[in-house]
Design a protein around this ligand. Structure first.
Ligand code: NAP
Length: 312
């Protein structure tokens, strides 16, 4: 098995990983950037990015195309569909051995930037697993158009739930937002838009109790948390947006994680283990946005370079 030696391995090519790659290139670090799917991460499924400076309502896909194009101009090539299977510290050396799934090579590196992002959290209810992809979805941008003039539900009250409900309201005749409290968590501008939208209806203090359907979702049962009443709601599709779980499994035994599994870093993106940095949604950050992810990546690569040169 071939061993590729590099100074730095960046794992993940979403905004955080690509931000790190840009700064690693500018610092002339010998690095590789790997991505288990295509570059982009979660934002490729976002209809509009309106809170990244200079972005004039581009889609997430368009914004990422710009990021990747910029990296290509600097001869940064993302190793796509390349998934890191394990990270093992090399005994007695400040190095890590990284195995790659289904591959004929491993990496030996002195530093790692974990830019592995986060994945949608599931409700984990009865009937859910069987109906994912058959009425239950995590991606309105991918599946929204299937529900033209139909009734859909969105679960959650955060930015993602409200943003995606607004997108779905372009197609569906009714979009129920099912939220466990009587107040949304989403930012005010999104709340205002949702309250103004006549197709969006709110089911407050309510949770999904059960999914029902044979080969496809037919209806759900919802529970009102105040009076504990359970009732049937006929929906053609349901979109779950109840937060994210960090993709931190690779380093769970190597670095400190917080109670929800996010990687704990300091303001320099350093983890509890020298040589391992984390950037973007996978770390314990107060703000998970493209703008902060890119910035985290830039800081991680810059700090790593300074550390290698003995400047920090
Ligand atoms: P989030 O902010 O964690 O919100 C998750 C929502 O799901 C909350 O309303 C929560 O209810 C609800 N929830 C969690 N577990 C639940 C359960 N088991 N059953 C029912 N409801 C449940 O997640 P998010 O909206 O995906 O956002 C993640 C991050 O991305 C945030 O930092 C957000 O600001 C950012 N983001 C930003 C944008 C944007 O800037 N346009 C767009 C999307 C996401 P409670 O409120 O009661 O806790």
């Amino acid at each position: 098995m071939a061993e590729i030696k590099k100074e730095l391995l960046i794992i993940g090519a979403g905004p955080a990983g690509l931000g790190a790659a840009l700064y690693a290139r500018r610092a002339d670090i010998d690095f590789e950037i790997t991505e288990k799917h295509m570059p982009g991460g979660q934002i490729v499924n976002t209809e509009f990015i309106e809170n990244y400076l200079g972005s004039k309502k581009e889609s997430g896909f368009e914004l990422i195309q710009g990021f990747v194009g910029h990296c290509k101009e600097l001869d940064i090539e993302v190793k796509e569909y390349s998934s890191i299977a394990s990270i093992e510290p090399v005994k007695g050396k400040n190095q890590f051995k990284c195995k790659v799934y289904d591959s004929d090579h491993t990496y030996k590196v002195s530093s790692i930037i974990m830019a592995t992002g986060a994945s949608p959290k599931r409700l984990n209810l009865k009937g859910e697993k069987e109906l994912i992809g058959s009425g239950i979805s995590f991606c309105a941008t991918c599946d929204g158009a299937l529900y033209r003039d139909k009734v859909v539900a969105v679960v959650g009250g955060g930015d993602t739930a409200v943003e995606e409900a607004l997108f779905l309201a372009k197609f569906a005749s009714t979009v129920y937002i099912i939220h466990r409290r009587d107040e949304l968590r989403a930012v005010q501008i999104l709340q205002d838009r949702a309250f103004e939208n006549k197709r969006i209806k709110f089911l407050w203090n309510t949770v999904v109790d059960k999914f029902v359907g044979e080969s496809k979702l037919d209806h759900i049962f919802i529970k009102n948390l105040e009076d504990k009443k359970v009732s049937r709601l006929d929906v053609d599709g349901l979109f779950e947006y109840v937060g994210y779980v960090p993709n931190s499994k690779l380093v769970k035994d190597l670095v400190e994680l917080d109670q929800d599994g996010f990687i704990v870093t300091d303001q320099y993106m350093r983890t509890s283990r020298p040589g391992i940095y984390a950037a973007g949604d996978v770390r314990n950050t107060p703000l998970r946005q493209v703008i902060t992810a890119v910035s985290d990546g830039a800081i991680a690569a810059t700090v790593m370079d300074k550390h290698m040169r003995g400047l920090l």
